[in-house]
Design a protein around this ligand. Structure first.
Ligand SMILES: [Zn+2]
Length: 174
């Protein structure tokens, strides 16, 4: 499903394809809702001390380009996390997503990634951007985009990856 939004490398004179390329770069912006429960769960992961934390987000597809994030995984990083870097455990992430999928009667699906930054207003690093784009291309991602959430000490950064680009996202708290 996600494949329809991805770039295909075209040969020949790029100007011949300018119109279609531009069209691909202007997809519909997803409308993403989050519950207060999710906000509270994200808040609990705030990196007031210790190493960076990371996990995944799951939620439901509501239709008409609307999505709702329902659950935040615990921090599931592999050993060796530092204050400014960590890697989340792929196996534990898959287990969490699978568990939520089963428990929700097959409605909750993988929606994206969260991690922490020890800064007040977090912004994605170049490593964050390239790793989330890599995840976007994994075959088990069933959505046309994935969400990136960075929990800062004061604010949360929300973004989404589509067409190999990370864009910022306005989420709606419900
Ligand atoms: Zn980061």
């Amino acid at each position: 499903m996600g494949g329809q939004y991805r770039y295909s490398k075209r040969k020949g004179n790029p100007s011949l394809h300018a119109r279609s390329t531009k069209k691909m770069r202007c997809p519909i912006i997803p409308y993403v809702e989050i519950t207060q429960e999710v906000l509270d769960a994200l808040d609990e992961h705030k990196q007031l001390e210790g190493p960076e934390r990371a996990g995944v987000l799951v939620g439901v597809v509501l239709g008409n380009n609307r999505y709702r994030i329902k659950k935040v995984s615990p921090s599931i990083t592999i050993e060796g996390a530092t204050r400014t870097g960590c890697e989340r455990d792929a196996q534990l992430a898959n287990n969490f997503v699978q568990e939520q999928y089963e428990q929700s009667g097959h409605t909750c699906v993988y929606m994206g990634e969260w991690h922490t930054h020890p800064e007040f207003n977090p912004t994605p690093s170049s490593v964050d951007i390239s790793s989330v784009i890599n995840i976007y291309h994994l075959p088990n991602n069933n959505l046309p985009f994935i969400i990136l959430c960075i929990i800062g000490l004061e604010n949360i950064y929300w973004g989404y990856v589509i067409n190999d680009r990370l864009m910022s996202l306005d989420v709606t708290i419900i």
